[in-house]
Each structure stands twice: as structure tokens, then as C-alpha cells.
Design a protein around this ligand. Sequence first.
Ligand code: IDP
Ligand code: MG
Length: 134
Amino acid sequence: MEQSTYIMVKPDAVARGLVGRIVARFEDAGLKIERMQHGLVTAEEAAANYAEHEGKPFYDGLISYITSGPVVKMVLSGPGAVAVCRKLMGATNPCEAAPGTIRGDYGLVLDANIVHGSDSPESAEREIAIFFGD
Ligand code: IDP
Ligand code: MG
């Protein structure tokens, strides 16, 4: 089923010059870039994107981290795009992410885990509206 998902290369990965390699992982899998934008995440966008984590111990750190420097925001599409992207990304904690996944190959710590990807088609629709909505 053709589907769209929201993917974001996080500030640590942009700062390390990993954008091309990360985007290539998704393109190599056959996903199509529908939208792509380099820039900062506003505090409002960050709060909306991570609303489910409000009140958790890591929330404040997560918001300051994701707004700390430029990111690359993308809408990717393809059959089963949401699940395919989550598989390519690997587990949330890079220590547990398998080799061959983006987080497993490029990350070491949970709070700077390289890439964000929508966790369901519903989240994808919501997140695309936050970052690319009119
Ligand atoms: P996900 O990014 O794989 O969907 P979520 O559980 O939705 O993982 O968490 C969102 C982001 O919050 C993670 O990508 C990670 O950067 C950060 N995070 C999650 N849990 C923790 C934690 O226990 N400590 C610090 N940061 C965390
Ligand atoms: Mg999540």
C-alpha cells in the first residue's frame, strides 16, 4: 500500500555530515523523496511532534536537543513506508539497534539517536501536517 511517512535527520547527524549517507539508506530501499527541507525546528513544532512524551524525565532534554541546530525534514513515500523506514532506522536506543540499521551504524547514545521516523500511519499524517502543513 502506497504510504507517506515523516522522517527527520536529527541535529547531531546533520552536524556530523551524515545527511547524504542517511538519505541514501532510504533511497536505496526504494523510497521516494516527496518533500525535503533543511532548517531549524521551532519550539512549537517540537512540542507538537513529541506531545506523547510530555511529562517524561527526558522530555525537556529532548525538546532542547531537537531545537539545538538544523535538521533535515522529509516526507518519504512508498509501499508500507512507515514500517519500512522504522526497520531501516533500527531500535530507538542505538546500543540495541542492529548493525546495518541507521541508528546501529551511526549512533551510540539514546538522546542523540540520529533520525526520527513516524511510528504509525496516523502519526505520519499528524507529523507531516506539523512540519509541512499549510
Ligand atoms: P522513537 O524515536 O524510536 O519513536 P520514542 O520512544 O518515540 O522513540 O522517543 C522519542 C525520542 O526521545 C527518541 O528517539 C530518543 O531520542 C528520545 N528518548 C526516548 N527515550 C529516552 C530516554 O529514556 N532517555 C533519553 N531520551 C529518550
Ligand atoms: Mg516515537
